[in-house]
Ligand binder design. Sequence first.
Ligand SMILES: *[C@@H]1O[C@H](CO)[C@@H](O)[C@H](O)[C@H]1NC(C)=O
Ligand SMILES: *[C@@H]1O[C@H](CO)[C@@H](O)[C@H](O)[C@H]1NC(C)=O
Ligand SMILES: *[C@@H]1O[C@H](CO)[C@@H](O)[C@H](O)[C@H]1NC(C)=O
Ligand SMILES: *[C@@H]1O[C@H](CO)[C@@H](O)[C@H](O)[C@H]1NC(C)=O
Length: 209
Amino acid sequence: MASFLCYLMSIRLLFLLPLFHAIATDCFASRQPLCHDDESSALLQFKESFVMSKNACIDPSGYPKIASWKLEGMDRDCCSWDGVECDDDTGHVIGLDVSNSCLYGSMVSNSSLFRLVQLQRLNLAHNNFNFSQIPSGFSHLSSLTYLNLSNSSFSDQIPPKISELSKLSSLDLSYNFMLHLRSLEGLVQNFNQTESSTSQLHSDIISSA
Ligand SMILES: *[C@@H]1O[C@H](CO)[C@@H](O)[C@H](O)[C@H]1NC(C)=O
Ligand SMILES: *[C@@H]1O[C@H](CO)[C@@H](O)[C@H](O)[C@H]1NC(C)=O
Ligand SMILES: *[C@@H]1O[C@H](CO)[C@@H](O)[C@H](O)[C@H]1NC(C)=O
Ligand SMILES: *[C@@H]1O[C@H](CO)[C@@H](O)[C@H](O)[C@H]1NC(C)=O
């Protein structure tokens, strides 16, 4: 449909030359795949590390967003994948929202996710990470400003390295009932030491006690 419109527009362009540049830019520039190969392969490896089944959906409104991610035809630009946001200029993946996506499986310390080092916003909430520990690998994502791990079945200690995320201004760890909240105390102190005075850690923790 879109390409047919572009075709019609091209015919009209013969008579409307001044418009040529603006419309041609619009029709053709938007076709360029933005995505970097190393980032699309990191996303696909992340996809393959989980079981996706409707049974793993926490919320009835959830659906496996990442099921449609693939490197074929028109879909090969990872910037157009469901839940993925890229920077318009650089093409780097800067946002990933796979909340409520029926992901089931353990989050490993060497997850390919930690190669997406340009990520600024990451939402993994409402999945089932099978009571794995929060990997310290999150600390590689040094551009993160927003991290949401709410209600996603993480357990054990919160890794101290998380406090190395100096740009983080929102961290949601709520509804992970197996998480040891005592490890949070030292963490908040660390954040206060490393944070710039303008950013403010907003941690939304619901006690399991
Ligand atoms: C968290 O997930 C459970 C299912 O594991 C669900 O029953 C509950 O409503 C969710 N809580 C919130 C606050 O979303
Ligand atoms: C979930 O964790 C259990 C216990 O550690 C393990 O046996 C099982 O294989 C894990 N399941 C998945 C899908 O990772
Ligand atoms: C993580 O490490 C395990 C074992 O060392 C390896 O089998 C797996 O392929 C690694 N995963 C990634 C995404 O590098
Ligand atoms: C985290 O994600 C859940 C599910 O999408 C949402 O309800 C919650 O408000 C988010 N938390 C923050 C701090 O944005």
